[in-house]
Design a protein around this ligand. Structure first.
Ligand code: SF4
Ligand code: SF4
Length: 344
C-alpha cells in the first residue's frame, strides 16, 4: 500500500472511533518575525522549544490518540530549522496544515509541498492596511508573492484573513479575490485572551479596541452573504453551519455551542505542554496524554471548559460545533474539499 493510501485508511479508521480528540494545534515555536498589533507572541519570545526527536515522539502520541487533523503554527513554524523533517513526519500521519504569516513560505516551497495545506495570513487587499495590521512594511507584498509562488508550484495553499472591525467591510472582496483565482479561503475571527494567569499555555490574542467588532449588524450581514456565497463557491472552506453559529453570536449574543476543548481538540505549546486551548492553564505534558486522557482530573477540566464562554476563536468554535465521529467526518469532508482523495 502506498503511504497516501495507508494514511487515508488510517484516517478513515480514526474518524469513526468515538471518545477521542479529532484535532490538535501544535504551536511548535514561540519565535516570530512579525509584530502584529492584535498579538502578544512577538513581545514574549522564548528561545526554548522541543527538539526534533521530542516533536516526533509527540506526534506518535497524537497518532495513537486518534488525532486526524493537525495544525502546525507558532509563532512562525517555518522559522524552525528542522521544519522540513517535522512536516514530513506529521503529514505521513495527519491531515496537516502549516501556517505562515507570508514571510517564509516562498523560501520553503519544497518543505511545504510535503504538507497537505499551507495557510497564509492576509488581512486586507489594501497593502498599507495589511502592513499596519502586521506592523511590518512589505508584509502584504511578501504574502501575495508567497501565495502566487505556492500556487504555481502545486502547493495546496489557502488564505486565512482574520475578520475584525478593521477589515469587516472588505471580507467579501477578499474572499472573491482569492477564490476567483482558485485559492481557498478559511477565516479566523478576531478574539483576544482574557486570562492573565502565568500558567496560561500560550498568550496570543491581545485586546485592541480597533479590532473588536462593534458593527454587529454588518457582521450579521457578512455571515448572511457568506452563507449565500458558500452555496456556489466551493473554495470557501467554512460551512453554512459555522456561519450560522457566528451569526447567532452577533445577532442575539447567543452562544449556540458548548466548548469541546480537551474533548474533541487540544493544543500543545513549544515546550510540549498541553491544554484544551491556548487560553487555559497547561494541564500536563503531551507525553502524559495517553494516561491522563480518561482520568478524573481531565473530566473535571472538560466540564470547566464546556461551560467556558471566554473566547470566539473560530477554529475552537469549529471543532466544538462539529463534535463526535459523524461531525468530524462531515467537517473534514466539507472543510477540506481538496482532501477528498484522502477521505475516500
Ligand atoms: S499573529 Fe502570528 S505572525 Fe503576527 S505576531 Fe502573532 S504569531 Fe507572529
Ligand atoms: S471557550 Fe473554550 S476555547 Fe475559548 S477560552 Fe474557553 S475553554 Fe478555551
Amino acid at each position: 500500500m502506498t503511504t497516501g493510501l495507508k494514511k487515508a485508511a488510517s484516517i478513515a479508521r480514526r474518524a469513526l472511533t468515538p471518545g477521542k480528540p479529532h484535532h490538535a494545534q501544535w504551536l511548535i515555536t514561540r519565535k516570530c518575525n512579525y509584530k502584529c498589533v492584535g498579538c502578544n507572541v512577538w513581545k514574549e519570545q522564548d528561545e526554548k522549544e522541543l527538539s526534533t526527536d521530542e516533536i516526533k515522539k509527540g506526534l506518535d502520541v497524537l497518532e495513537k490518540m486518534g488525532i486526524i487533523e493537525l495544525v502546525i503554527s507558532g509563532g512562525n513554524p517555518l522559522l524552525r530549522k528542522d521544519i522540513g523533517e517535522i512536516i514530513e513526519y506529521a503529514s505521513e500521519r495527519f491531515v496537516t496544515t502549516v501556517y505562515d504569516n507570508g514571510s517564509m513560505a516562498a523560501k520553503k516551497v519544497d518543505v511545504l509541498k510535503k504538507a497537505d495545506f499551507a495557510a497564509i495570513s492576509i488581512d486586507s487587499l489594501d497593502e498599507k492596511k495589511n502592513d499596519s495590521i502586521k506592523d511590518v512594511q512589505g508584509a502584504w507584498k511578501n504574502a501575495m508573492n508567497a501565495v502566487d509562488i505556492l500556487q504555481k508550484e502545486g502547493v495546496k495553499v489557502s488564505v486565512t484573513p482574520t475578520i475584525s472591525q478593521k477589515n469587516l467591510y472588505e471580507i467579501v472582496d477578499i474572499t472573491n479575490y482569492f477564490t476567483n483565482r482558485g485559492i481557498p479561503v478559511w477565516f479566523c475571527l478576531y478574539s483576544y485572551d482574557n486570562c492573565v494567569d502565568s500558567d496560561q499555555l500560550f498568550r496570543i490574542g491581545k485586546a485592541n479596541d480597533e479590532f473588536i467588532i462593534t458593527d454587529k449588524k454588518a457582521m450579521v450581514n457578512l455571515c448572511n452573504q457568506l452563507i449565500e456565497m458558500e452555496k456556489k463557491n466551493k473554495k470557501i472552506l467554512m460551512t453554512k453551519k459555522l456561519f450560522e453559529v457566528i451569526r447567532s453570536l452577533f445577532e442575539e449574543e447567543k452562544r449556540t455551542w458548548k466548548c469541546q476543548a480537551l474533548n474533541y481538540f487540544l493544543v500543545i505549546d513549544h515546550l510540549g505542554r498541553i491544554s484544551g486551548c491556548h487560553n487555559q492553564n497547561f494541564v500536563g505534558s503531551i507525553f502524559d496524554l495517553p494516561t491522563k486522557w480518561k482520568s478524573e482530573e481531565f473530566k473535571k477540566f472538560r466540564q470547566t471548559y464546556h461551560n467556558c464562554t471566554q473566547c470566539n476563536y473560530l477554529c475552537y468554535v469549529a471543532y466544538s460545533v462539529y463534535g463526535g465521529p459523524s461531525g468530524h467526518l462531515s467537517l473534514a469532508k466539507s472543510q477540506w474539499k481538496n482532501a477528498k482523495l484522502l477521505l475516500k
